[in-house]
Design a protein. Structure first.
Length: 82
């Protein structure tokens, strides 16, 4: 059941990150996928920093931060390749 929560939180995080990023991210579907990947990335980044979350809100914040970082990184890489 927790895997389903991670997916749902990732979907919400991707939508929120797409709204927070300048230009709206890369589209609704891609932002949702980025949210799921960003949840994993955020958990990894927060783990490196020694920050651990246990609540749904904490996991959502972690996922949003990871998704924003991933959108920023992809945007940065796409600008340098042009």
């Amino acid at each position: 059941m927790s895997f389903i929560w991670y997916i749902l939180i990732g979907l919400v995080a991707g939508a929120v990150a797409g709204k927070l990023m300048r230009g709206g991210g890369f589209g609704f579907i891609v932002n949702l996928v980025v949210g799921i990947i960003g949840g994993v990335l955020g958990g990894w980044l927060f783990g490196i920093l020694g920050i651990h979350t246990t609540s749904i809100i904490g996991n959502l914040i972690t996922s949003v931060v990871g998704a924003i970082f991933l959108l920023w990184l992809v945007g940065l890489l796409s600008k340098t390749s042009k």
